[in-house]
Each structure stands twice: as C-alpha cells, then as structure tokens.
Design a protein around this ligand. Structure first.
Ligand code: COA
Length: 276
C-alpha cells in the first residue's frame, strides 16, 4: 500500500471525515500512516470549508494501536535514530490533533487498542459504537502503555479504572467505555455515523473562534491553579475578541437583547447574520 493511501478523507457539508485506512492491518499505526496523518491534518486544518473533523477507521477496527512490526520491530532494527524518528512522527500528529484548530470527534467504530488511546484522547469528543472494543493490550505483550497512553487513562478515568485496564489488558465495549467516561456516549454501530453527524452539525452552528479558544481552555486549565486559570481565561477571551473578525460576541448579545430572535440558553445565535 502506498503511504498516501494509509489515510482516507473527504469533506462534505463542512465536516472532514478522516479514516485510518489500513483495514487489512486493523488500522495499526505504521510510520507511513503516522506521516500521512500529519499531512492530512496539515491540509485540512485551515481550510475554510472545514468546520469539524471526524476521525474513524475503515473496516472492523478504529485502530489496533501501534504497528508491532513496522512501528516497533522495524524501527528498532534501525537503532535509536529510527526509534526516535518514528516516535516523533506519531506523537507529532497526536499533538497536532490535540490542538487542532477545529473541534474534533473520534467516531470509534471498532477495535481501539493501546496507542489508539493517543488519538482517542487527542479528539475533543468521542462517540463509540456499542460494539467497539477497547483495551490496553500492552501488558499482554510485555510492555507498559507508553506513547502517552498511561497519561491518557489517568487524565480521563478514575485511578481504579485506569489501573484495571493497565494491569489486566481486559477489553471493555462501547457501553462500558461510555459509563467509564472514556467516551462521551455509545450508540449501536448502525447509528454511529448519523449520531456523529448530528453532533458535528451542532458544533458547526457555533462561533468557530469561540470553539477553538474554549476547547484549548478545557485542556489547559487542568494543570493551573484557580488564579492562573482565572487570569488565563480573561486573557484568552480578550484574544478571542481580537481574532473573531465577525464580532460574534456582540452579535450574540444583539440577537438576544435587541432582536429577540433566539435564546442563548436554548441554542446558538444565527451566524448567517454576522458580517464576515
Ligand atoms: N500491529 C501490527 N499488525 C497488526 C496489528 C498491530 N497492532 N494489529 C493487527 N495487525 C495485523 C495482523 O498481524 C494481521 O496481519 P496479517 O493479515 O498479515 O497476518 C492483520 O492485521 C489482521 O489481524 P488479525 O489478528 O488477523 O485480526 P482479528 O480481527 O482477528 O483481530 C485484533 C483483531 C485487533 C484483536 C488483533 O489483530 C490484535 O490483537 N492486534 C494487536 C492489538 C495490540 O496489541 N495493539 C497494541 C499495540 S500498542
């Protein structure tokens, strides 16, 4: 398979549908896939016709994690230079996705193992198929969950759940993942795409600048003191005001207070009325 084909994507109605595309290898992340994913993110991030990115997998897997042959064995055969390079390539696109300009949704359609928790965490929201299966399989083949994965489960889950998954390698399904809050929600596989589209369309109605600043704030404030967070949020809103050339904040107030055309408690203001 050509490197180019390891990731598939198309843009439809402002949603970028990005897919891991190595179904015959259960979408294991090889160095080729990692390099290609960075290129795809790079291409999509600032496109005007993209408002939300959805990440899913072709076939029966979301992603079976890092490719044990191409990512581990073959790069180790190249020595430290090869290992560090392949780590940079994978961690690089995970990070890029974590701070992506547009909101991102992991649409987990099947297997999600080990390293797959990296992009799962990198996505802002996660919607799972009930039939999907999640596991930290690292312990089963004799390593600890690296590549940020231990940090991911500790950040997302209570300690007992994080420890259980880490030490047992036990599988959980979509419903359990949702109950554990590893994902936002879980629906039957045949409803997964429709539900994800609905969530994406809801996000598309919101102020795009506010979405970016808000999602970054959620990730940033966790490690701050209250006072730092308070200050950060003031500064970030001021920066958002600068970046939002539509002056959406004023428009949002105007449509509610003067025009009385919507209620912020019940939905977003009409973006088609803003000056561009
Ligand atoms: N790395 C490399 N190759 C992988 C892979 C991985 N993580 N996951 C699957 N593959 C390959 C298999 O080697 C097989 O290749 P082949 O057809 O050339 O023999 C192919 O993908 C299909 O896998 P198979 O095991 O036959 O599919 P399955 O549907 O029966 O089982 C899994 C799916 C995901 C349960 C199983 O493939 C698996 O356990 N993968 C490893 C998961 C893992 O430990 N990932 C963590 C890495 S940190």
């Amino acid at each position: 398979m050509e490197e180019q084909d390891t990731v598939a994507f198309h843009v439809e109605n402002r949603i970028a549908w990005v897919k891991f595309n190595r179904p015959e290898k259960r979408n294991a992340m090889s160095p080729s896939l990692n390099r290609r994913m960075m290129e795809v993110l790079d291409e999509l991030e600032h496109r005007d016709d993209v408002g939300v990115l959805v990440l899913s997998g072709e076939g029966t897997a979301w992603s079976a994690g890092m490719d044990l042959k191409e990512y581990f064995r073959e790069t180790e055969a190249q020595g430290l230079r090869g290992v560090r390079k392949s780590q940079r390539e994978s961690y690089g696109w995970f990070r890029r996705l974590r701070w992506f300009q547009k909101p991102t949704i992991a649409m987990v359609n099947g297997w999600c193992f080990g390293g797959g928790f990296g992009p799962l965490f990198a996505c802002d929201l996660a919607i799972s198929a009930d039939e999907a299966k999640y596991g930290l399989s690292e312990i089963n083949w004799g390593i600890l969950p690296g590549g940020g994965v231990t940090k991911v489960v500790v950040d997302l889950l209570p300690m007992r759940d994080a420890m259980w998954l880490t030490l047992t390698g036990d599988l959980i399904d979509g419903k359990q993942a949702s109950a554990m809050r590893l994902v936002n929600e879980s629906v039957p596989l045949d409803q997964l795409e429709a539900r994800t589209r609905e969530v994406a369309e809801n996000l598309l109605k919101k102020n795009a600048v506010a979405l970016k600043f808000a999602k970054d704030a959620v990730r940033r404030v966790g490690t701050m003191t209250y006072d730092e967070a308070e200050d950060y949020l003031v500064r970030m809103q001021e920066a958002a005001n600068f970046h939002d050339k539509t002056e959406g904040r004023k428009e949002g107030i105007r449509q509610f207070i003067d025009e009385k055309s919507y209620k912020p408690g019940l939905g977003a203001y009409d973006q088609s009325k803003v000056k561009s």
